[in-house]
Design a protein around this ligand. Structure first.
Ligand code: SD4
Length: 337
């Protein structure tokens, strides 16, 4: 494609939002690389990096990485300690995808901490992609997963507090500040919010994989499933092109099949950064009024190890680990004050 045509196509895709020098600076290259949503992703990245550094696969790395977050009781948006649905049940959504387009997913899974590992078992041991609710639990038990109570006293207390008004108002995120641990009992990077961990990685074998796991929107209706376990919405990996994952209000991500959109935009020649910008613009275009009140963020990498991120609002952070660097970055965002 001529560079002029390329330019016009990219301008059309990007709409009116200018790509700043800051955005371009973010498009650093590194391979292998692990990148995940939010500042607490830093600790998940470290576990993933151990696998990558030992010449392990991106698939093993992303599973090991997000398991750290699933186990963190102080993270009230993922795994153990997640905030429950409006009936008081912690229900988990997760999916995983590898470099051969294999994928597995669970939704509304109860009483199993490592939803991501159940999703991987669905991928590896069944002819299916997605198992939900009691079926997902039955499958987990048949495959040796142990049950435990995921509702911690802190999350139960928050739920009981919420019941007093029972208003459904997603918190965007903690605006414009990186998490600082308040006391030594809290794993740095954890916080009281509704933030999924999505992780994507490029390994030393030049293969991509991704994982996404969450307890979903706090106090959701029973049976509500967000974007996180939906291949193409919360996560997508195409080993020819790149990988993307999402966080934020899942309904808006599903509406635009967000992560698949980001990967397809990269296929058309956009950098990860520009693809994330274009996907966020799509969220705004579909529902401008709603977009003002909610948070959605994407992160992406391509096969060269270039990465990018973009969100609707200020406050979205993401974590990057390469052989040279360990970074927690503030994402650029659409709605400037
Ligand atoms: C969901 N995307 O269930 C998830 C939750 C999330 O920030 O990421 N919240 O919609």
């Amino acid at each position: 494609m001529s560079s002029r045509r390329n330019f016009i196509q990219q301008s059309m895709l990007l709409g009116t939002l200018p790509v700043t020098q800051w955005d371009l600076d973010r498009q650093k290259k590194a391979a292998p690389i692990v990148i995940s949503t939010w500042d607490f992703g830093k600790y998940a990245n470290q576990a993933a990096w151990e696998v990558i550094a030992n010449k392990g696969t991106a698939l093993d790395a992303v599973e090991a990485g997000v398991k750290v977050t699933e186990l963190d009781a102080n993270n009230q948006s993922v795994g153990y300690g997640g905030l429950p649905d409006r009936d008081g049940a912690v229900t988990l959504d997760a999916c995983i995808m590898d470099h051969e387009y294999r994928c597995g997913s669970v939704a509304a899974l109860e009483n199993i901490v490592h939803a991501i590992s159940v999703a991987r078992a669905v991928m590896e041991k069944t002819p299916h992609v997605m198992l939900v609710g009691p079926g997902a639990l039955q499958f987990a038990l048949e495959n040796g997963f142990k049950t435990s109570n995921l509702l911690t006293p802190a999350s139960e207390k928050a739920w009981k507090e919420w019941l007093k008004n029972a208003k459904y108002e997603p918190v965007k995120n903690i605006e414009n500040q990186l998490y600082q641990p308040q006391n030594s009992k809290v794993l740095p990077g954890s916080r009281d919010n509704h933030d999924t961990i999505g992780m994507i990685a490029l390994d030393q074998h030049h293969n991509l994989s991704g994982a996404c796991t969450t307890s979903g929107m706090a106090f959701k209706l029973k049976g509500r499933v967000g974007d996180s376990p939906i291949i193409g919405a919360g996560l997508y990996v195409d080993n020819e092109i790149g990988a993307a994952t999402a966080t934020g209000v899942g309904e808006e991500v599903i509406r635009i099949v967000g992560s698949h959109l980001v990967v397809e935009l990269m296929r058309q020649g956009l950098t990860p950064q520009k693809a994330c910008i274009a996907a966020v613009e799509r969220v705004v275009k579909r529902n401008p009024a709603r977009a003002k009140d909610i948070q959605v963020g994407f992160i992406a990498i391509n096969r060269k190890g270039e990465y990018g991120a973009f969100a609707l609002h200020d406050g979205f952070t993401y974590s990057v680990k390469t052989a040279k660097e360990e970074l927690v970055l503030q994402s650029d965002f659409y709605f400037k004050k």
